[in-house]
Design a protein around this ligand. Structure first.
Ligand code: LUZ
Ligand code: MOS
Length: 774
């Protein structure tokens, strides 16, 4: 069982030993990455006779399938077989939270790109050619593409959720100012460089091994078993690494793996299914677009006394993870602010878009955009800077979140004021004001963006992980966990933990592939929690092995085990080296028949949440930070450049400074992309228009801020974080929201008639319209 006290002691000790390691450590994957030697699904050695598959998907967003003619496709030379729902031996059902999503369409299609059949052929080329020969007749049904339309028609995924604190209605009557408005934030394409894909192989006795590009190997295993009508132990899922996930492979890596396995099951041959970029863009869901309304009430001294929202989440045609994402929107609806009276409500609206899914931040960013919009609106109407309102309402120690958790070890004010001081924001603001006075064709805008993000899966039962650690008889170490390496550097962090505990060089440690036969029943690598959960389990397993090895050493050296430590690949007695080396110690343990394998289970302590009351303590801790963004707008063209983003970030005590900085930078740019340039577009028929990289613009080296500075806030850290090194994957994405408001401020500096609109992304076209609005 988990022993909190032991862990805390170890953490403190490790903090001291690992200083040099944590500053010098590079992402160990970078060595194979730069040589082109890293293995992805498409690099798996395929066996002779392997088939290749292509998905046939719906060319309409909503309709009744009247007729499908596969005969010409089936007749094409090299086509082995075409699979449909009729070939599913188990359940034609892949929904994880709600069973509302067929693997293959049956009588109806619900989104453009919905899988209908799987064409299996000797080559991908032939399968693609066959796809063009399928004839389908669909009777049109009404198409819903927006959340508002869905709400009007009563089309929902599930029942609405609502959080509340205080008495919002009464508080509004006591406010000096009350403002209302609407916001929209668009979806976002994950654009992982490695597209979705899987490779399935038949093993003996009808067992199947799947290599999948998934964040959730257990989800792939469980869903494959369900669809094939097999026990889970017959399905093995293996993941080496992903070429990016960003949430897009938490749930939506599953169907492709299941399809490949279905074909393998029937053909008793290996099947490879990798989506090309067009297919991937069309068939997979994205970040949820949100249409929201807000009402905000403030006192004369700019305290937010009341806040009310209704979030309309565009969930797409099936639930996927939408209910969990909706929940996180509510958790983060007040961002870094303490608001005593809050009522938030979210409706998951069922539309005819591909099921929208997890995306870095998981509904949190959508919630935060709304309160930042409400503050910007209030500031503009009252005639003060938004910065004043933000600063007046920052979260403090022991404040209550709307979901009942009491804020502890809060760094909201600390990061805010540190950012102000370290970056001399008064001078920055003055520079912007001076620039705007002296320039007519160019204007600058500045914004502050504080963030507060809760760490843990909001679904408490998911917060667990296991680690399986082997010490081999030559003293080298192999570690298996549920952590999926997707570029975030989690494998490097796992190695650091083991290297520290055993005090052996990192070269002696190997992180194995993520495999369901070695570590079972896992939660996906998601929620920024992968390093915390799997790292804590790894730490526990390594600690248990060390305790066992100390007993061996105390016998060999005839001293008390209390005097023994492992250091520099040797056994130390009272801090002095003995003649017993790490490898001698392992040999001795083998001779004494001591187990050199350990399996540890970690479950986050303290967390709980009661959905019937919508209250509890769902998060192990929160991550805080503040970003200051400045932008220059070309007022002739509507184009813009971000001059700088200056951040004070709460890493806790970062265990891998380079990796964590990489996460902050990457997340920031992804957030800026979402807020400014990435524009998903569907037409009224539900067809994806932004279906290629020529029509969907993501940030490139020319559009990133000219300067990004990230300063760690001074803090004692949090024991719930692995080695006090806080989760870093998602929180910094929300710094990118500051880009939207910096742009708005620049537009306002040019055009005093500009009526604030909250409609993200703020593309150059929208900037231009704002600049010349009458
Ligand atoms: N995935 C999930 C997540 O299943 N639950 C979560 O709370 C979560 N949060 C962030 C990202 N992915
Ligand atoms: Mo996620 S949005 O897969 O952490």
């Amino acid at each position: 069982m988990h022993n909190n006290k032991t862990n805390t002691v170890r953490d403190t000790k490790l903090d001291a030993v690992s200083k040099s390691l944590k500053q010098s450590i590079k992402n160990l994957d970078s060595y194979t990455h730069v040589r082109g030697e890293s293995l992805y699904v498409d690099d798996v050695n395929i066996r002779q006779g392997t088939f290749h598959a292509v998905v046939f998907d719906s060319p309409k967003a909503h309709g009744k399938i009247k007729h499908i003619d596969y005969s010409k496709a089936e007749a094409l030379e090299g086509v082995e077989r075409i699979f449909t729902y009729k070939d599913v031996p188990g359940e034609n059902e892949i929904g994880g939270i709600i069973a509302d999503e067929p693997l293959f369409a049956e009588d109806e299609v619900h989104f453009w790109g919905m899988p209908i059949a799987l064409i299996v052929a000797e080559s991908e080329f032939i399968a693609r050619k066959a796809r063009g020969l399928i004839e389908i007749e669909i009777e049109d049904l009404p198409v819903i593409t927006t959340a508002k339309e869905a709400k009007a028609k009563g089309s929902f995924i599930n029942a609405p959720r609502s959080f509340s604190l205080g008495d919002t209605e009464k508080a509004f009557t006591e406010c000096d100012y009350v403002f209302e408005g609407e916001t929209f934030s668009n979806g976002q394409e994950h654009l992982y460089i490695e597209a979705q894909g899987a490779y399935a192989e038949p093993m003996e006795n009808g067992n199947i091994k799947i290599t999948s590009s998934t964040q959730g190997p257990t989800a792939v295993q469980a869903t494959t078993a369900r669809v094939l009508g097999l026990a889970m132990h017959k399905i093995e899922v293996d993941v080496t690494r992903l070429g990016g996930g960003f949430g897009g492979k938490e749930d939506q890596a599953t169907p492709w793996a299941v399809m490949a396995a279905l074909a393998t099951h029937h053909l008793n041959q290996s099947v490879k299914l990798i989506l090309n970029r067009h297919d991937d863009l069309r068939m997979t869901g994205k970040r949820h677009p949100y249409e929201s309304t807000y009402k905000i009430g403030l006192s004369k001294d700019l305290k937010i006394l009341a806040y009310q929202t209704e979030f309309l989440q565009n969930s797409g045609a099936a639930a996927d993870l939408s209910p969990a994402i909706a929940e996180r929107t509510l958790f983060h609806a007040t961002n870094s602010y303490y608001v005593p009276n809050v009522t938030t409500k979210v409706l998951s609206c069922k539309t005819n878009l591909p099921p929208n899914t997890a995306f870095r931040g998981f509904g949190g960013p959508q919630g935060m955009f709304v309160i930042e919009s409400a503050i910007a609106k209030a500031a503009s109407e009252i005639g003060v800077s938004a910065i004043k309102i933000q600063e007046a309402n920052l979260l403090d120690e022991n404040d209550t979140f709307s979901y009942g958790q009491i804020a502890k070890k809060v760094e909201a004010k600390n990061t805010w004021h540190s950012a102000k001081n370290i970056f001399n924001s008064d001078a920055l603001e003055q520079e912007v004001a001076d620039f705007n006075k002296n320039n007519t064709a160019f204007k600058k805008g500045l914004s502050f963006m504080p963030i507060t993000f809760g760490i843990s899966f909001t679904n408490t039962p998911m917060n667990h992980a296991r680690a399986l650690v082997h010490i081999y008889l030559d003293g080298s170490v192999g570690i298996s966990t549920a952590a999926v390496e997707m570029g975030q550097g989690v494998n490097t962090k796992m190695m650091q933990i083991a290297a520290d505990v055993f005090s052996i060089p990192i070269e002696k440690i190997k992180i194995e592939t993520t495999n369901t036969t070695r570590v079972a029943n896992t939660s996906p690598s998601a929620a920024s929690s992968t390093a915390d959960l799997n790292g804590k389990a790894t730490l526990m397993a390594c600690n248990a092995l060390v305790e066992r090895l100390k007993l061996v050493a105390s016998e060999d050296l005839n001293v008390s085990e209390k005097d023994i430590t492992l250091k520099n690949e040797s056994v130390f007695i009272n801090d002095k080296p003995s003649e017993l080396s790490w490898t001698d110690l392992i040999s001795s343990a083998m001779l004494k028949r001591v187990a050199l394998t350990e399996n540890a289970h970690y479950a986050t302590p303290e967390i709980h949440f009661d959905k019937t009351k919508e209250k509890g303590h769902p998060f192990a801790y929160h991550v805080y930070g503040t970003a200051i963004t400045t932008v220059t707008v070309d007022c002739t063209r509507g184009t813009y450049e971000f001059d700088s983003v200056k951040i004070v970030h709460d890493y806790g005590k970062s265990m891998s400074e380079g990796i964590d900085l990489g996460q902050v930078e990457g997340a920031l740019i992804q957030g800026i992309g979402w807020m400014t340039m990435e524009e998903i577009a569907y037409n009224d028929d539900g067809k994806l228009l932004s279906n290629a990289l020529s029509t969907y613009k993501v940030p490139d080296i020319f559009s990133v801020p000219k300067r990004v500075e990230v300063i760690p806030v001074e803090t004692e850290g949090n024991d719930m974080a692995i080695l006090k090194s806080k989760a870093v994957g998602e929180p910094p994405l929300m710094y990118g929201i500051g880009a939207y408001f910096a742009l708005q401020n620049a537009i306002k500096a040019f055009n005093s008639n500009y009526d604030l609109e909250f409609h993200a992304p703020m593309t150059p076209e929208k900037v231009l319209m704002g600049l010349y609005e009458k």
